[in-house]
Design a protein around this ligand. Structure first.
Ligand SMILES: [Cu+2]
Length: 163
C-alpha cells in the first residue's frame, strides 16, 4: 500500500513536470446554453399601427434581449409587455394618458404593476431600442402593445411563454 502511494506520488510529480513544459492551457469552454440569452426582434409595419409580428415565443425564465426597431414607419411607437389578460386594462390606461400633460415626457408609458417590461422611449423612423428582461417563469400568453394614443387596439401581439 505504501509502495503504491509512493509510486502514485512520483507519477503525479512526473506528469506535473510535463504539464509545466506543455503549452498554456486553452481558455475555458463557453458557458453552456443555460446561461444563454434569447434574442428576439420586433419591428413596426409602416403607417398601419401594427407590429410586424403578432406573436413571439420564449422559454419560461429565459433571459431575453429584444431588439425593437422602427425602420420605415413615420409614426412613433413604444413597447410594453404586460401580464396575461391585461391588454384592455393597459389600453384604457393608455387612452387616459391623452389628458396627462406629462405624457410625452413619459413616452406614453403608463405606470402600472401589470407591466413586466417596456421600451425606454418612443421610437420614430430609423430608431431602435433594446429591451432586456427575464421571461416570466409561468407559461402563458403575455400580451404586448404600443401605448401611443390610439395605437393599442391594432398595435398588439402575444409573447408566448412556453415550458
Ligand atoms: Cu404605436
Amino acid at each position: 500500500m505504501k509502495l503504491l502511494l509512493i509510486s502514485l506520488l512520483s507519477l503525479s510529480a512526473l506528469t506535473s513536470g510535463f504539464a509545466q513544459d506543455a503549452a498554456p492551457a486553452a481558455p475555458a469552454a463557453p458557458a453552456p446554453a443555460a446561461g444563454a440569452v434569447t434574442k428576439l426582434k420586433l419591428g413596426v409595419l409602416p403607417a398601419v399601427m401594427k407590429f410586424d409580428k403578432a406573436a413571439l415565443e420564449v422559454k419560461a425564465g429565459a433571459k431575453v434581449m429584444l431588439l425593437f426597431i422602427n425602420e420605415k414607419c413615420p409614426l412613433q411607437h413604444n413597447f410594453l409587455l404586460v401580464k396575461p389578460g391585461k391588454l384592455a386594462d393597459m389600453g384604457a390606461l393608455a387612452d387616459k394618458m391623452l389628458t396627462d400633460p406629462q405624457a410625452m415626457a413619459k413616452h406614453y408609458t403608463p405606470e402600472s404593476p401589470e407591466i413586466l417590461a417596456h421600451s425606454s422611449k418612443l421610437i420614430g423612423i430609423g430608431q431602435s431600442d433594446i429591451i432586456e428582461f427575464t421571461a416570466p417563469t409561468a407559461p402563458g400568453d403575455y400580451p404586448y402593445l404600443c401605448t401611443f394614443p390610439g395605437h393599442w387596439r391594432l398595435m398588439n401581439g402575444v409573447l408566448k411563454v412556453v415550458p
